[in-house]
Design a protein around this ligand. Structure first.
Ligand SMILES: Cc1cc2nc3c(=O)[nH]c(=O)nc-3n(C[C@H](O)[C@H](O)[C@H](O)COP(=O)(O)OP(=O)(O)OC[C@H]3O[C@@H](n4cnc5c(N)ncnc54)[C@H](O)[C@@H]3O)c2cc1C
Length: 388
């Protein structure tokens, strides 16, 4: 069987659905082809089931790309306010959790239902359980999926990244980019927990579950948020954020008392200087078990002023070299992807292959933690949807 459309969109995730509804509203006959049994599966599990759907403080600096200017145009043309207007039109209750992050009050299901309903109203055809076998281009694009051949002059690739393979992530988007001669920036797991080497694991991982407010740095990036000790290493927002800037072999620096003066009390002329006093001083900044352990492993060798100064420095510049990351199995996103030099920043269309578009996570634009990755999916999807 052969079916003809104005546009085919591969992937019914955040970017694909947004693109489909925008194009459908403009009267385009759109088909969305999805491998899974339903649309928006990743949206459903996002934000702990409540979907952190945008961030009101969204700025281009919240995105990582080989070309930091690329995302600006799409982000300026489809803003968090545009998505909030859609959410409010559907009377979906939401709240700001922290740092501008907007979450559903009830469930991420609200967002998927909203997108599905907008797509239905715009006449979009959604084909689920549709495994793509082959994509070719004659006078138009031809997508073969078992017994059906889909034809259209426009093909939008919105198949996401490689994170969480058990949710159905595939490398189809990267394969198609290569097939059509587009360059790729090496994909890598991002927003991902670190695994520590054996010695550090032995030193700290029995404290799994303990968290602390720290500042983590790698290169010239620094994030002031919570860090969590896990059974294999480190996680929590501060670690996830810095992981997007980390490459294997890099060291990270952890400030255990950002803005604090850990040894102040011990430097008082009348104060007692010993390990118990030092532990009690560090308890002001870290949970007791973590403070005790860290001091057991970093005891000052003397109680002189210069030894205290060195301890102060160490508490603000604790350096660790992660052995690795938890990889795509636990990464929230995939950094890298289709090289932005290949795409128009206004429409997401390939410069080399007219009619071929790439949107969402498959593109080399990766957001920080906090609703930015969805904002990129909505913005890039809406831009392509307005152009096809
Ligand atoms: C656990 C978790 C929590 C997250 N929480 C948040 C959050 O709260 N806020 C935030 O901003 N970001 C969050 N993210 C990141 C966010 O989910 C993604 O960045 C976003 O979904 C990317 O949208 P996309 O449309 O590009 O890709 P996806 O949403 O991944 O959609 C791609 C679609 O393509 C389909 N597909 C893949 N291969 C094929 C194929 N071969 N044939 C047909 N279909 C295919 C997939 O099944 C999928 O439906 C989270 C990610 C994870 C893993």
């Amino acid at each position: 069987m052969t079916q003809h459309f104005d546009a085919l969109i591969l992937g019914a995730g955040a970017a694909g659905l947004m693109c489909a509804l925008e194009a459908g509203k403009r009267g385009r006959r759109v088909a969305v082809l999805e491998r899974a049994e339903r649309a928006g599966k990743k949206i459903l599990i996002s934000g702990g089931g409540r979907c952190n759907f945008t961030n009101i403080h969204c700025r281009p600096e919240n995105f990582i790309s080989a070309n930091p200017h690329f995302a600006k145009s799409a982000l300026a043309r489809y803003t968090p306010s545009d998505f909030i207007a859609l959410v409010e039109k559907h009377r979906i209750p939401y709240h700001e959790k922290t740092l501008g992050q907007l979450f559903c009050d009830r469930s991420a299901r609200d967002i998927v239902e909203m997108l599905e309903s907008e797509c239905r109203d715009a006449g979009v055809r959604l084909f689920v359980n549709t495994s793509i076998q082959e994509v070719s281009r004659t006078t138009e694009f031809v997508v073969r999926a078992r017994e059906t051949e889909f034809h259209a002059p426009v093909l939008v690739v919105a198949t996401g990244g490689l994170s969480i393979p058990k949710m159905g992530a595939t490398g189809l988007g990267y394969d198609l980019a290569r097939q059509f001669g587009l360059a790729i920036r090496e994909p890598r797991p991002a927003l991902v927990p670190f695994i520590l080497d054996e010695e550090d694991r032995r030193s700290y991982c029995d404290l799994a579950g303990v968290s602390a407010d720290v500042a983590v740095s790698c290169g010239n990036q620094r994030f002031l948020e919570k860090m969590l000790i896990t059974h294999r290493g480190l996680s929590g927002p501060a670690i996830l954020q810095i992981s997007s800037y980390w490459t294997p072999g890099d060291a990270i620096t952890i400030d255990l008392a950002p803005g604090g003066d850990v040894t102040a009390a011990l430097r008082e002329p009348t104060s007692v200087r010993n390990i118990a006093a030092m532990k009690s001083a560090l308890h002001n900044f870290l949970p007791i078990r973590f403070a005790n352990r860290w001091l057991d492993l970093h005891p000052p060798n003397k109680w002189t002023n210069s030894a205290l100064a060195e301890l102060e420095r160490l508490a603000h510049e604790w350096t660790l070299r992660p052995a690795g990351s938890e990889g795509y199995g636990k990464a929230e996103v995939t950094a890298g992807g289709v090289d932005t030099d290949e795409l128009s920043a206004k429409t997401m269309e390939s410069r080399k292959v007219p009619g071929l578009f790439f949107i969402g996570e498959v593109v080399d634009v990766t957001g920080h933690l906090g609703g930015f990755n969805f904002q990129w999916a909505w913005a890039s999807g809406a831009c392509a949807g307005g152009a096809i």
